[in-house]
Design a protein around this ligand. Structure first.
Ligand SMILES: *Cc1c(COP(=O)(O)O)cnc(C)c1O
Length: 464
């Protein structure tokens, strides 16, 4: 067999891919029939595929390449660390400099008394840690009955058994016997789709109060924690009404449960602060991180834990950990990534330049006949596609418009993702205003072509 390299024709790569590579969240047969797009190189916010197309990456990979592609400093940091110490574990009374340095740096960046880090290889793994840590915390505090974790429908917390159980994705729960016991879901603060006649602020408070009602129904002595993304990402970039988080915080304070903020997407500058917990004034006991921590250059995640929880957990042996917890190469790359974000003032660039520019330009898409709402927070933005703006109506055939729009975006060399009939973007944080304008122009072209395609196929009907 000839060596597989990017010298092979695209069709040959696609055939081998379809024959041997099982893709995440993909219908294999459909992918095989159409062929996957083969990405070969990237630089800044631009991807290059095997046909030589240059594509604007409106999704920063999977919400992770915050610092942009092609940073030599990160490649160098990885190579340096691989030569010095490619691997060592952090079990059994050992440690190494990259893990020490990254934990100390995260403690410095994270708000309040979030001073301790338990490393994992991904966001899913970190949330597995959080389930066990929250339950074990209460057991050690002499309250072993506090085991239930409350989460939200249409939340995303990962794809492993525990993390997908925390998530509220019906399609995931339908496969593989989820959720695990002791996970309870409340409704999401998605005003556009579910707010009915309420104002956004009334609705935000009402959805937050479901947490209090659920704690009351279950009994406070059975609830360990509430977990949520400050802004839901994979659920469609659902930006909560301003009334939501203050009410959630009040309820967590009043009822002696842990608050876990899943900042896997929101962390490291995405909302214009280092953490969205700062943007929304949330005081979590545990923060989940991954994705932007190493800008996706290395797989790494972790739980940043407050003093009180760390003290209780550390008082005995926590029988938990991963071979790659605190992997030295991943930690070295993460540290270098954080150095770049800090020295190049990338978080300030998001807050002062990129996010305000995107907010104005993105909001302009609301005049498009297909767009029901166009919202953003930091460099997270979404559009609700609708056949009837005034009624905030969903399509009769849900998901078709979103899928067509994603494909039309791709045809215009823009990566814009769809979640049902919501379109979402989360570009690299280093995106410039000129690149944002280019992104918006391509998104508008995709919307126009989607509108024409929906008309031609008779798909503009609203759900009854
Ligand atoms: C992506 C994501 C995860 C899971 O992270 P993986 O690294 O894919 O395991 C968890 N929580 C949130 C909010 C995410 O967006």
């Amino acid at each position: 067999m000839t060596a597989v390299s990017d010298n092979l024709p695209t069709a040959a790569l696609q055939r081998l891919d379809a024959a041997h590579h099982m893709h995440p969240f993909t219908a294999g047969a459909e992918l095989a029939a159409r062929g996957a797009r083969v990405i070969t190189r990237a630089d800044g916010v631009w991807l290059t595929d095997s046909e030589g197309n240059r594509i604007l990456d409106g999704m920063a990979g999977l919400w992770c390449v915050n610092v942009g592609y092609g940073r030599e400093e990160l490649a160098e940091a990885a190579a340096r660390q691989m030569r010095a110490l490619p691997y060592y574990n952090t079990f059994f009374q050992t440690t190494h400099v990259p893990a020490i340095a990254l934990a100390a740096k995260l403690a410095e960046l994270a708000p309040d008394d979030l001073n301790h880090v338990f490393f994992a290889g991904s966001g899913s793994e970190a949330n597995e840690t959080n389930i066990r840590m929250a339950r074990h915390y209460w057991a050690r505090k002499g309250k072993p009955g506090k085991q239930i974790i409350i989460s939200r429908r249409n939340a995303y917390h990962g794809s492993s058994m525990g993390s997908a159980s925390l998530g509220g994705m019906a399609g995931m729960h339908a496969q593989g016997g989820l959720p695990i016991p002791g996970i309870v879901h409340i409704d999401q603060p998605n005003w556009w789709a579910e707010g009915g006649e309420m104002s956004p602020e009334e609705f935000g408070r009402a959805r937050a109060r479901q947490l209090e009602e659920t704690i009351a129904a279950l009994g406070e002595d059975r609830v360990a924690a509430f977990i949520a993304e400050p802004v839901q990402g994979a659920g469609g970039v659902i930006i909560p009404p301003e009334s939501y988080w203050p009410e959630i915080q009040r309820i967590c304070d009043a009822h002696d449960i842990l608050l876990i903020a899943d900042e896997v997407i929101c962390g490291f500058g995405r909302t214009g602060e280092w953490f969205a917990s700062q943007s929304y004034r949330i005081r979590p006991h545990i923060v989940t991180v991954a994705k932007g921590l190493a800008s996706g250059y290395q797989p790494i995640g972790g739980s940043i834990v407050c003093d009180a929880v760390a003290e209780v957990i550390g008082g005995g042996e926590f029988n938990h950990g991963y071979t790659y917890s605190g992997h030295p190469v991943a930690c070295a790359v993460a540290l270098e990534n954080l150095r770049l974000l800090e020295e190049e003032r990338v978080v300030e660039h998001v807050r002062d330049t990129a996010a305000p520019h995107l907010a104005r330009a993105w909001a302009g898409l609301a005049d498009h006949p297909l767009v029901g709402e166009a919202v953003s927070r930091g460099l997270l933005a979404s559009l609700a596609l609708t056949p009837d703006k005034g009624a905030r109506a969903p399509f009769a055939e849900p998901g078709a418009a979103g899928l067509i729009c994603r494909e039309r975006a791709f045809a215009n060399n823009l990566v814009m993702r769809h979640v049902g009939d919501r379109m979402v973007i989360a570009p690299p944080l280093v995106i410039t205003p000129a690149e944002i304008d280019e992104l918006i122009a391509r998104a508008r072209a995709a919307l126009d072509e989607t509108h024409a395609a929906l008309d031609a196929r008779g798909l503009m009907g609203a759900a009854a």
